[in-house]
Ligand binder design. Structure first.
Ligand code: UT7
Length: 324
């Protein structure tokens, strides 16, 4: 039986675009190096009045409008972020208040770049148990606020943004793999890899927000292996072969990781949605941002089989197969 159905998608980006050339004025880098090693050409960076909550709220409103449903029908908000507005309460509750939703469930999920996959699986599970009928699942970040702007090995890689989906609980008549809904999901974590990608601060350690630290080449190697492995798991679980997939919507960390993962699975690069050139790595926001982009430009259509996948700090990683 299929899981929750995706009713609509939305996204939001900060107003300000920062090009590679602008970054080359701040740190010892070049447009050529960034494009060749990552595929990134620009990123959106939040200004003072733009926060994770404001971007998340804008993305949520766009998803509600796309789904054609009212905020009052949302009983659950799961928001994935590593850059919450405040240590507490959850940014999801700020979004809840901004949307005027009353009386439902709202909380954040912290799984960094895999956060949206973790949030989607959590929302799907809660909807299936009847805890709510409709959910907003949001990935939203202002990673620019935790970057060390003097560290060229990280500051050129990330951007800010938000993406959201509206999910509805499966009906009693939910069908097989041809029916719309989430067909299968697998999530993983390996805390032993903490030191390869982390933030060197936090309320319980330094009482500062801290900065992103990453051993890029090692993360790269793990990403390709872990993503290929979890994608195979989801295909095996659902009994679907890789050539049946219409679109892969991956976490947008590096164009070379997207290519390498697609090659390993034998999926044509034409079926991989790429937004890393425009958005850079927006962590938890990157998958729903890319999904919304490809739905709105007409690539992803109703009935398509879409594979979402992500890997990030923790390490955490996961994949989810959805019939649109
Ligand atoms: O979202 C969570 C998951 N994150 C990821 O998946 C990121 C995975 N890693 C990557 O995408 C890549 O490893 C990076 C894009 C971070 C780095 O690319 P790389 O090809 O692995 O480069 P590298 O780290 O091996 O560095 C190569 C050279 C070094 O110089 P030397 O030692 O060869 O002289 C770096 O110091 O490039 C240098 N370098 C830069 N040069 C110009 C590093 N950053 C820059 C820069 N501009 N911004």
């Amino acid at each position: 039986m299929t899981g929750s159905r995706l009713l609509g998608t939305g996204s939001a980006l900060p107003r300000r675009i920062v090009t590679n050339a602008e970054l080359a004025e701040r740190v010892d880098t070049s447009d050529e190096w960034i494009v060749e090693r990552t595929g990134i050409r620009q990123r959106h960076i939040a200004e003072a009045d733009e926060t994770t909550a404001t971007l998340a709220t804008a993305a949520a409103r766009a998803a509600l409008a796309d789904a054609g449903v009212d905020a009052s029908s949302i009983g659950l908000i799961v928001l994935a972020t590593a850059t919450p507005d405040n240590t507490f309460p959850a940014t999801a509750t700020k979004v809840q208040a901004a949307l005027g939703c009353r009386g439902g469930i709202a909380f954040d999920v912290a799984a960094v770049c895999s956060g949206f996959l973790y949030a989607l699986a959590t929302a799907d599970s809660l909807l299936r148990t009847g805890m709510a009928q409709r959910a907003l699942v949001i990935g939203a970040e202002t990673f620019s606020r935790i970057l060390d702007w003097e560290d060229r090995t990280t500051c050129v890689l990330f951007g800010d943004g938000a993406g959201a989906v509206v999910l509805e609980a499966p009906g009693a008549d939910a069908g097989g793999s041809d029916a719309p809904g989430i067909l299968g999901t697998r999530l993983h974590a390996d805390g032993a890899c903490h030191d390869l990608l982390y933030v060197d601060g936090g309320p319980s350690t330094t009482q500062t927000v801290g900065h992103v630290r990453m051993r890029g080449p090692e993360v790269f190697r793990h990403a390709v292996v872990n993503l290929a492995s979890v994608l195979k798991e989801v295909l095996e679980e659902t009994g679907i072969s890789s050539d049946e997939i219409d679109w892969v919507v991956p976490h947008q960390a590096n164009a070379r990781i997207l290519d390498a993962t697609a090659r390993k699975l034998g999926i044509s690069p034409d079926k991989v949605v790429v937004t890393v050139d425009r958005h850079a790595n927006t962590s938890a926001a990157s998958v729903p941002l890319a999904l919304d982009t490809a739905r709105r430009d007409g690539r992803i259509k109703p009935g398509d089989l879409v594979m979402l996948e992500a890997m990030g700090g923790g390490f955490t990683w996961g994949a989810s197969l959805i019939r649109m």
